[in-house]
Design a protein around this ligand. Structure first.
Ligand SMILES: Cc1cc2nc3c(=O)[nH]c(=O)nc-3n(C[C@H](O)[C@H](O)[C@H](O)COP(=O)(O)OP(=O)(O)OC[C@H]3O[C@@H](n4cnc5c(N)ncnc54)[C@H](O)[C@@H]3O)c2cc1C
Length: 207
């Protein structure tokens, strides 16, 4: 079963969800009459259904189900692409060496119309804002394309990004765990590879 697939058994009603930082699945039975499911963004591809359809009128029921909601976080739209909405994410880790090296990474993200992200130590160090940190204790995302630049690929980081459709890793260590999760990899110094990626994308986009 692909990683993002949720197995649904209707009777009994069973869903599978990731546990242990994405290293295992738990099959959970929902016994209550009212069942609430949330799906990670981008976790299902659109599938063309060639069957004829019949449009049925459905009266919207009252929303008064006794469900209590609590706002845990609000995200302001600031013109930047929201990390959780982004189709492409360019993310940097401690291998970026210094906050001063982030310029080409941000430039690559701008050229691609991507959001920027980072590993937890990077945000802990204050190199990047906390809302950019992805992983077990950060944002869980599933973009179509995730660039992991100078990121080792620790389990806790992968827990937040392993559902990405494609991962491109740039790392000086050919044995870094991120290469096992990535579809494409470049073994090299981020500070040398990033400007080349920026130039190539700029040329391809004619900018
Ligand atoms: C309870 C718990 C929760 C955690 N939650 C998270 C989480 O949510 N998100 C998260 O990210 N981490 C989390 N962590 C931390 C996690 O275990 C790792 O320590 C962290 O992900 C490592 O970050 P990193 O890959 O940026 O740094 P490092 O592990 O230091 O790796 C840096 C990588 O950069 C490479 N590199 C070095 N120089 C260069 C260069 N010049 N060019 C290219 N590559 C280079 C190195 O080969 C290395 O692979 C958590 C840890 C714990 C214990």
């Amino acid at each position: 079963m692909p990683e993002s697939t949720i197995y649904l058994g209707i009777d009994p009603f069973v869903v599978s969800k990731k546990v242990f930082s994405g290293n295992a699945f738990a099959h959970v039975g929902l016994k209550s009459d009212l069942k609430v499911l949330t799906l990670a963004q981008n976790s299902f591809e659109l599938v063309e259904n060639e069957k004829d359809i019949v449009i049925e009128q459905y009266p919207i029921p009252s929303l008064d189900h006794g469900i209590k909601t609590k706002v845990l976080e609000t995200q302001k739209q600031s013109g930047k692409i929201l990390l959780t909405d982004a189709e492409i994410v360019v993310s940097g880790g401690r291998g970026m060496k210094s906050p001063d090296n982030w310029g080409p990474l941000v430039e690559l993200a701008d050229l691609l119309g991507a959001a920027t992200a980072c590993s937890r130590p990077v945000s802990d160090e204050g190199w990047r804002p906390h809302e950019e940190h992805t992983g077990q204790t950060g944002k869980i995302i599933a973009p179509n394309l995730y660039f992991a630049i100078g990121i080792s690929g620790a389990t806790q980081h992968l827990a937040g990004v392993s559902s990405s459709k494609f991962i491109v890793a740039v790392n000086t260590d050919k044995d870094a765990p991120i290469f096992s999760a990535a579809q494409y990899g470049i073994v090299g110094d981020a500070c040398k590879v990033l400007p080349k990626l920026v130039d190539t994308v700029r040329q391809l986009k004619g900018k």
